[in-house]
Design a binder for this molecule. Sequence first.
Ligand code: HC0
Ligand code: SF4
Length: 573
Amino acid sequence: KVTLTIDNVKIEVPKEYTILQAAREIGIDIPTLCYLKDINEIGACRMCLVEIEGARNLQASCVHPVADGMVIKTNTRKIREARKANLELILSDHDRDCLACFRNGNCELQKLSEDLNIKDIEFEGERTVKPIDNLSDSIVRDPNKCILCGRCVAVCSKVQKIGALAFTNRGIETEVAPAFGKSMAEAPCVYCGQCINVCPVAALREKTEIEKVWDVIEDKSKHVLVQTAPAVRAALGEEFGLPIGTRVTGKMVSSLKRLGFDKVFDTNFAADLTIMEEGHELLNRIQNGGTLPMITSCSPGWVRYCEFYYPEIIDNLSTCKSPHQMMGAILKSYYAKINNIDPKDIYVVSVMPCTSKKTESARKEMTVNGLRDVDAVLTTRELGKMIKEARIEFNKLEDGVFDEFFGDYSGAGVIFGATGGVMEAAIRTVADVVTGEDLEEIEYNVVRGIENLKEAEVKIGDMNVKVAVVHGTGAASELLDLVKAGKADYHFIEVMGCSGGCVTGGGQPQVSAKVREEVDLRVERAKALYEEDALMPVRKSHKNESIQKLYADFLGKPNGHMAHELLHTHYEK
Ligand code: HC0
Ligand code: SF4
């Protein structure tokens, strides 16, 4: 421990602390912009300047370690003016059309300008307008908004270990962009959107489909169906000021009904369906010498990562489409049939915590008879915007319930949204199928939580099934190297593209760097899902009566002919 004085307050802190951390302990919120704890500690934006007694210049507190006897000032005229000058410099080169900006109201730069009492911008210069890259289906990059903080670059290279973004060019030409002047559509980017989640401004954002969805809601010739991913309910409330981890399933359903969708269904239903297909695929591979370990294929960021970086192990991927794609295929076949609607007139919207799902839904493999399974994908953030635009007072809504049949789900379906959830759901079903029993012990705590690698050996009947769970492409890569080398003797592996799984997907509400440091979003949002699971009367996918009926009336057997036609796919090497 070391003792130091900050603004006349004596404080004792661990010796590995930075001045920034020490100050926050006594309630002094030194401003930061480029700082992201453990990820981007570069002291570049010079917002966090402080005065250290005896030092000649002001120092960046986010990278400066504390020392015994240090005397620090954080609030002098000199400091305030230096911070303001640095901020004004950033603002002078920033597209400040705040009122028409995607981040209006939750922009960290806007907030800082307010907090630091910026009144006029001294260095106003000619800004050159740079072209916006909107060529991909998932991510828009707007260099006019970029403040070169480097947070996205750090997340992509250090956390995801992808490195699709870099500082390019030099001097005033500097830009954060994919290398070699490529667009995001040409870069080896997996569209996980983790860069968007840490962007303090709107330089990186999703390619919005809000207008497309408003149009189709107006179109009376279309029957518009919406489905919500498991993780959306764990975070949508944050868009309306509710605490992180508040579960808003009922209000979410009510808001969707008010927006004018013809039916509101739950992707959880299709998650249960996925377990039926994937569980049987696994048993089939184990019993008939198929490619093992089998790896989940529901996270499109992960699938893209596999296609780019681990093409050798593509045969390990389950052939199952992801749940929301399965849902789309079922809605345009079975639902269309029982309701006597031409599938061409059905329009399926998915609300997802994910930016990669936008690109996934546009893949040519994700069609049946030339019709897309899913026509549009909205992120949780986009849904939040639509609810606001419709002037619906979200927090005052009564709890609604999903429409019947395709809104029916088990507890296993809802935990899909957290890392380990797909694995737990699969084991619940596979264990029953193999033993022929209705097992009561269904909470597999070993696969829950946010450890990078979770492993378990589950005794199912006389089989010992070895499983592993990884999340975040960066953390997954070690295990994937083992699979590639043929040294991973697991039967089944769950991989999610984002650390924490879907609850922290790239389409979820953005949370400031400061709050991200204080709260582990992965833990708080996952709690909401496990809470919903525990409340469900049915907690195993194969016990979902609507799923049973779907097989009896329409699909036949899991992995059967019809299921293959509608619910399975292939990948590109
Ligand atoms: Fe997920 Fe999904 S659980 S990928 O993490 O499998 O996005 O929430 O919707 O499709 O169900 C995301 C979340 C989904 C799908 C499901 C899966
Ligand atoms: Fe990197 Fe993911 Fe952002 Fe692409 S979407 S640039 S892979 S963080």
